[in-house]
Ligand binder design. Structure first.
Ligand code: ADP
Ligand code: MG
Length: 731
């Protein structure tokens, strides 16, 4: 499987600046338009002043802050702690134990530089209850001179057991004068930082920033739109940068403190505003109006071999309308597994081909690429539209033949995996980009492919398809820049899959059940346990299971499919399964996305308790694609955790992808609604789309209102939360 990060590098420097420029231009254009409120000017507020006005910020520190995306005092306040340390108490040294991170105070009894393997400064402090050694491997002459007998100091660090008793290695320490208190009355924040910018320095700067806050509240762009009992912006910053010792620490650590929610809400509003703006800007982008030749849409419809469902029909007309406009389409088609999204893409490709433009279809696995090539060819070849496959596994000769057909325009439809990105792929006239199973790709990959076809005069149309149904409020936030269509109807004649969960101890019975199942002429999948994110281990588990079943089911024709097989072998196995030659397919989760074999009506999933709801739903979606009733058997190893029990319960109760997704969101288990691969889509600092999902209705309401009536505030909010290098990722 391709990690979305691998391809970040493909986005050239110019691409990045292209994106952020677009966004900035858009914002300027928007904020330049006449709003009915007074302008919100940067210099109005002390928090909008440069960090250079703080003591201790010269060019060097200024440059390091800039690396963190911090230019103004307000930006600095938005740099929130990643965790907190408790320095509000000083336990007696005699009471501390190895492993604790604590603040201690004492008087230096002995300080010496020793030379065992390396030069080391050892300094013993004591407080009457016990003593502790401070160990420094790097130290300056000044440090050595200051840490002398009789000096009083407080140190913070992790206690460990050293050769001569308790010690701290390189603690943070400060000298304390006579009668002075060493404790802090606030929890100590720990910030994300960059090289050459240390915690102490950041804390010092933050203290100054908080003083600025005391003099003047930051502009609250969403004031008056929140419930009155919510903390103000200033209260939120103050608490999060300097939490009082009696703060609800658990809430703070989980990110659910009201002050964190106040900022999370604002960040999500800013986020959605930036996507709305990006979406609006696209309406000004040049695109090419594409339409099919007369009668061709009907011709394709006529030889599909099935009638489109009402939902497919509706989404198809939306897509055809988009394509006929002189602006690039940016449409997301959501629909549960098996609802028939592929055929919509085929219609769009036909339109592009008729208009003399090429279509690139990007899919996450080779298996899916090959399946799509078969389907598209079956549908489009009779209309003289040539389809070609481009995957990483093509032989050199095949690849260069494909590349030539793509470059000279003979191939109207190119279907492939990430290999489509490679530099040597030149399209003659790319007009449409289709991304299938979008949740498997990063935003960069989508963007890079789209840019491949961009000319100064036109940007390709984009159709993005996903089978991960996501709740509406989440879609409206994460995909605010896309137009969304939903195929909410399955083709007729499908019977819902019946799901049962059984403990792994009853596994042996299953072999007999598979035997009689296959006797009826139907086929089955048996999906192996997911060992970890390791293809090698997964593949080994698959081989082992294959060997066991081979023994147990002598009459059956069994196939094996895993990620480490050669692509040619994978393809051969898949073809054999599709044609019915193989009756039982033992596979890893490579069959998770897209694979379509309607005669397969039984799915066994091993270690189901370890998979997230979204993945279970995807796997189950491989059956229930034909007219026969289908079954899904979830094997689990007791005892089940409460979360796993609930997940399996959801799978038994519903086959509706939207309900599954909603439940997934509530349960917040791993493999959450958006999936780990998708989190790169939005880089959030305080907010968490899953944890803060209950804020989304408010986020939508507030951002809609600001977007419609207060463009300057909207732009100011986006500027507050999208600083520096994070910006490009959000387009
Ligand atoms: P998904 O939305 O999961 O990508 P597919 O596009 O793979 O689903 O479609 C699933 C199966 O349903 C395919 O075999 C496809 O040919 C078939 N199909 C699609 N639309 C219809 C329809 N309207 N009636 C009957 N079968 C259909
Ligand atoms: Mg599909």
């Amino acid at each position: 499987m391709v990690s979305p990060r691998c391809h970040a590098a493909l986005l050239s420097r110019s691409t990045r600046s292209w994106c952020s420029e677009r966004l900035e231009q858009g914002l300027q254009a928007r904020s330049g338009s006449v709003g009915d409120r007074p302008a919100v000017s940067r210099s109005d507020s002390p928090t909008e002043q440069s960090v250079a006005t703080l003591k201790g910020v010269g060019p060097r520190i200024g440059e390091r802050l800039e690396r963190l995306g911090i230019a103004t005092i307000g930006d600095l306040l938005c740099l929130l702690p990643i965790r907190y340390e408790d320095r509000t108490q000083i336990p007696p040294i005699g009471s501390v134990a190895p492993g604790q991170k604590v603040l201690v105070a004492g008087t230096v009894e002995l300080a010496e530089v020793v030379f065992r393997r390396r030069r080391t400064l050892l300094c013993r402090i004591a407080d009457g209850t016990g003593s502790l050694t401070l160990r420094f491997f790097h130290f300056s002459r000044a440090q050595q001179e200051n840490l002398k007998r009789g000096a009083r100091l407080s140190c913070f660090g992790e206690v460990r057991l050293g050769p001569t008793g308790l010690e701290m290695v390189h603690p943070e320490y400060t000298f304390i004068g006579r009668g002075e208190q060493a404790v802090n009355d606030r929890l100590t924040p720990v910030y994300p930082t960059t090289e050459g910018l240390y915690q102490q320095r950041l804390r010092g700067l933050m203290a100054q920033a908080l003083q600025v806050l005391e003099r003047a509240e930051p502009i609250d762009h969403i004031a008056g739109r929140l419930p009155p009992d919510w903390p103000t912006l200033a209260e939120a910053f103050e608490l999060l940068h300097a939490p009082p010792p009696d703060v609800d620490k658990d809430a703070l650590l989980e990110g659910t403190h009201p002050c964190q929610r106040r900022l999370a809400l604002e960040e999500l509003v800013a986020q959605r505003l930036s996507l709305l703006t990006a979406g609006r800007d696209r309406e000004r982008e040049p695109g090419e109006a594409l339409s099919a030749r007369d009668g061709r849409i009907d011709e394709l419809r006529a030889h599909l071999g099935f009638e489109l469902t009402g939902a497919q029909q509706r989404v198809l007309s939306q897509v055809l309308d988009d394509l006929a406009r002189a602006q690039p389409m940016h449409r997301l088609v959501q629909g549960d597994v098996g609802c028939g999204k592929t055929v919509i893409a085929a219609f769009a490709a036909l339109v592009a081909a008729d208009a003399g433009r090429q279509t690139a279809v990007m899919v996450p696995t080779e298996l899916l690429a090959e399946q799509h090539v078969r389907n598209f060819t079956q549908w489009l070849a009779p209309l003289d539209v040539e389809v070609v496959c481009l995957t990483g596994s093509l032989g050199a000769a095949d690849r260069s033949r494909s590349l030539e057909a793509i470059a000279n325009g003979d191939s109207a439809v190119v279907i492939g995996t990430h290999a489509l990105f490679q530099d040597d792929v030149e399209f003659r006239a790319l007009g449409l980009v289709v991304v299938d199973e979008q949740h498997r790709f990063g935003v960069h990959q989508r963007l890079a492919l789209m840019l491949k076809g961009s000319t100064p005069n036109a940007i390709p149309h984009q159709l993005v398809m996903t089978a991960t149904p996501i709740p509406r409020t989440l879609a409206m936030t994460a995909y605010a820049d896309l137009d969304c269509s939903v195929i909410d109807e399955l083709p007729p004649g499908r019977t819902p899959v019946t799901t049962v969960a059984i403990p792994v101890a009853r596994r042996a019975e299953l072999a007999a059940r598979i035997d009689s199942h296959c006797d009826t002429g139907q086929q089955a999948y048996w999906v192996c346990p997911l060992i970890e994110e390791s293809e090698t281990l997964d593949s080994q588990a698959a081989e082992q299971l294959y060997a066991e079943l081979f023994e147990a089911l002598p009459r059956r024709r069994i196939g094996l499919l895993h990620g480490r097989m050669r692509p040619r072998d994978k393809d051969a196995v898949m073809r054999a399964f599709k044609s019915g030659e193989i009756e039982l397919l033992v596979a890893t989760t490579v069959v998770e996305v897209g694979v379509d074999v309607p005669n397969a009506t039984l799915m066994v999933i091993e270690s189901a308790e370890r998979l997230g709801l979204a993945q279970l739903h995807q796997l189950r979606g491989r059956v229930g694609r034909g007219h026969e009733a289908s079954n899904c058997i979830l094997l689990y190893k007791p005892p089940l955790s409460a979360l796993a029990r609930e997940r399996l319960g959801v799978m038994r109760e519903t086959t509706d992808g939207f309900k599954v997704a909603q439940k997934d969101l509530e349960l917040r288990g791993p493999g959450e609604v958006l999936g780990t691969r998708q989190t790169g889509l939005m880089q959030l600092r305080v907010a968490d789309l899953v944890r803060d999902a209950d804020l989304l209705p408010q986020v939508i309401e507030i951002s809609d209102a600001l977007y419609a009536t207060e463009p300057k505030r909207a732009a100011a909010l986006v500027a507050r939360w999208n600083s520096g290098q994070l910006r490009y990722a959000k387009v």
